[in-house]
Write a protein that binds this ligand. Structure first.
Ligand code: HDD
Length: 696
């Protein structure tokens, strides 16, 4: 086992089920746990039944307050390693030596919904990383959007109250489509940029393994000589950045509410470890005012075309937690957990966070000693004068004050230099005031930048999302006000949304700029173009040509994908060769939304598929959601009869159409060309240039 794995295994292990009989919390062996102690067989339960009372009392207190935001999450352990020394701009010990692996724990989350809500809601995703460095814990508590909804943390309770379910009926769960959120948004234009991201497919990640992460704020690197450099952090997934579509995401909520957390868990269990590259945008201190926005404004991003993202290392997640509660639920992140070489800035959102995270853990984890929990414990030595308190588990000795002579003066402060954390001596001067800087005033330009950086289909999805969300808003006044704000971003956006939700189209001049940053589009190439870990369904029935399925299965698994045979029922089907063929899943238990592509093999079985409404729906939905569809032999006829296109007489994708429908009608075994074209179609993830099919 590697070092970083062992570090976290220092956890207190209680019950070893094989280690002996059941005991009480005090270690007394229990004789019987199925009946309470009663006065007579049918008599009342006695107060002296200490085992009964202890068992119930503990059970009554099993839940702790869930996180006020980001309550639903999934976590994993792994490691980080830099590609090369970053000494040129930071002295952070974990960024110096490519040979040093730093253990990490990452927690991904949604924001709005409670702990038991569904994964695939339209929401921001949290991407929080705890680096257990040799110089103490460093937490990078980010999201999968590079911008936030508000500029000053004092607005966070207002924003979250508006976002959360309405207070009178606690509706909706895990959703932003309701009056209070849009009331707030329409009155607070600084939200608009992040709202554009929220309405885009970025808010529907296909997988935690396929989404970007951002530190959001401008932070500061500090080198050994004390020189500061502004820095923005970016995580880029090796598997590329991919999203679901809204219709799919909604169906997933019912078919598999754990879609994203299951995907993460399964990938790690299967040994295909999620990997992310850490990149930085570096801005010399002298360029602090070189941008047309304020670097301290968390509603703005720095376009990659302006300041490129420089890769500095990679993170691999290679171990699932052993106990969800002990690890994923009790992990406590904090933006002010920084290490020498990484410093904060005066971003007023960050300043508020630096108060909030420590504060919230006190009520969530029941006292000030949560850093002693195994998942939170640093690997660096801890020597403080902090003592006692709820759940203290350290056996402190020696002096507990400073200065002291009785303890030999220990622990002594490290003094400046060495491995001590020395705050960056940023110069601050000003008059006390509650006022927003003029440099934070422009709320529309970057919302417009995002909009104009989208492809046509991304824009279409954004318009549809706004229509869905605002269409659920009861107040027409709020709908109109929101549309007026959208028109400030782009007039046509406002007009298109207005038409869908039945309010008058906004009038007025075009305002914001039309510049674009192509790197903001989901189509911007990132990570590997690969089908690794993709799930592909093969629809089979009695009479299926199993040779074809076996051949394609071999080719796909060679490329790292998983092919599952799906039939009307579980168990076996009879292949064209008369031999039994094992089914992986029954159609009624799955849905196309749980797969990345579908394949229809040939054989006489396609006639049964053509008569099965579940199979037809599977095919139509896969196609409607823009995913790759493949067919061999008679399977091609079935696709043609459904109007899904693909040229039934020639192998490969129809070049004029290129819709991700790959057929080889003449195939007895899949040709190399077919396999290559199908893999390419799956790797493209979506094919948005299809004519939408009429469902039914
Ligand atoms: Fe926050 C949790 C990310 C602004 C206050 N936040 C939390 C988590 C993530 C973020 C990923 C979950 C951590 C986990 O998995 O345990 N938050 C962000 C980002 C922000 C942001 C990227 C803006 C750039 N947050 C923000 C503000 C405040 C908070 C402005 C308050 C002033 N956030 C909290 C919190 C939470 C939290 C209430 C809830 C649970 C927790 O901290 O541990 O303190």
């Amino acid at each position: 086992m590697s070092d970083h794995k062992q570090d976290q295994r220092a956890a207190f292990r209680s019950d070893d089920p094989a280690g002996g009989p059941l005991t009480t919390d005090q270690g007394t062996t229990v004789d019987h746990t199925d009946d309470s102690l009663k006065a007579g067989e049918r008599g009342p339960t006695l107060l002296e039944d200490f085992h009964f009372r202890e068992k119930l009392t503990h059970f009554d207190h099993e839940r702790i307050p869930e996180r006020v935001v980001h309550a639903r999450g999934a976590g994993a352990y792994g490691y980080f390693e830099p590609y090369a020394s970053c000494a040129e701009f930071t002295r952070a010990a974990f960024l110096q030596d490519p040979a040093v692996r730093t253990p990490v724990f990452v927690r991904f989350s949604t924001v709005q919904g409670p702990r038991g809500s569904a994964d695939t809601v339209r929401d921001v995703r949290g991407f929080a990383t705890k680096f257990y460095t040799s110089e103490g814990n460093y937490d990078l508590v980010g999201n999968n959007f590079p911008v936030f909804f508000i500029q000053d943390g004092i607005k966070f309770p207002d924003f979250v109250h508006a976002l959360k379910p309405e207070p009178h009926n606690d509706i909706p769960t895990g959703a932003s489509a309701h009056d209070t959120l849009w009331d707030f948004v329409s009155l607070q234009p600084e939200t608009l940029h992040a709202i554009m991201w929220l309405m885009s497919d970025r808010a529907l990640p296909r997988s935690y393994r396929m989404m970007q992460g951002f530190g959001v704020h401008t932070f500061r690197f500090v080198d050994a000589a004390g020189r500061g450099t502004f820095v923005k952090f970016h995580w880029t997934p090796k598997l590329g950045v991919h999203s679901l579509v809204w219709d799919e995401a909604q169906e997933c909520q019912g078919r598999d509410p754990d879609f994203n957390r299951r995907d993460l868990w399964d990938a790690i269990e299967a040994g295909v470890y999620p990997e992310y590259e850490l990149g930085v945008q570096l801005i010399p201190e002298d360029d602090e005012f070189a941008f047309d926005f304020d670097l301290l404004d968390a509603t703005k991003l720095i376009p990659e075309e302006q300041v490129p993202v420089r890769p500095i290392g990679r993170m691999v997640l290679d171990r699932n937690p052993e106990n969800f509660f002990a690890e994923t639920e009790q992990v406590a992140f904090h933006t002010a957990n920084v290490v020498p070489g990484i410093d904060l800035t005066d971003d007023p959102l960050l300043q508020a966070r630096n108060f909030s995270y420590l504060d919230t853990q006190l009520s969530r984890l029941g006292g000030p000693n949560f850093a002693q929990l195994p998942v939170n414990r640093p690997v660096a030595a801890v020597r403080t004068n902090q003592r006692d308190g709820m759940h203290q588990s350290a056996l402190h000795g020696g002096a507990n004050y400073s200065p002291n002579s009785l303890g030999g003066g220990c622990p002594m402060a490290g003094g400046s230099g060495g491995s001590s954390y020395t705050h960056y001596p940023a110069r601050v001067e000003g008059t006390k005031m509650r006022r927003r800087s003029e440099t934070f005033r422009d709320h529309y330009s970057q919302a417009a930048l995002f909009w104009h950086s989208m492809t046509n289909w991304e824009q279409r999805h954004i318009v549809e999302a706004f229509r869905f969300e605002l269409g659920k808003v009861e107040s027409r006044m709020i709908r109109s006000r929101a549309v007026a704000e959208l028109a400030m971003v782009d007039r046509m956006l406002g007009v298109e949304v207005a038409r869908g939700i039945g309010v008058p189209a906004p009038t007025g001049p075009e305002t914001a700029s039309k510049s674009a940053s192509p790197a903001l589009s989901l189509t911007h190439p990132r990570g590997d173009r690969t089908i690794r870990t993709r799930r592909i369904a093969a629809l089979v029935a009695d009479g299926v040509d199993t040779r074809q399925v076996a051949a394609i299965q071999e080719a796909l698994s060679g490329a790292g994908a998983v092919l599952e045979a799906i039939a009307a029922h579980d168990g076996e089907v009879t292949g064209a060769d008369g031999r039994p063929y094992l089914v992986d899943r029954a159609l009624p238990t799955v849905s196309s939304v749980l797969y990345d592509a579908v394949l229809v093999p040939g054989g006489t079985g396609t006639a049964s598929l053509a008569a099965d409404p579940d199979a037809l729906r599977f095919l139509r939905d896969t196609h409607r959601h823009g995913k790759a569809v493949g067919a061999l032999g008679t399977g091609a006829d079935l696709l043609n009869s459904l109007g899904m296109g693909g040229d039934a007489t020639s192998p490969g994708v129809d070049p004029a159409d290129s819709r991700g429908v790959v057929v080889d009608a003449a195939a007895t075994v899949p040709s190399m060309e077919f396999v290559a074209a199908f893999i390419e179609a799956v790797a493209a993830h979506r094919h948005w240039n299809r004519t939408p099919l009429v469902a039914g």
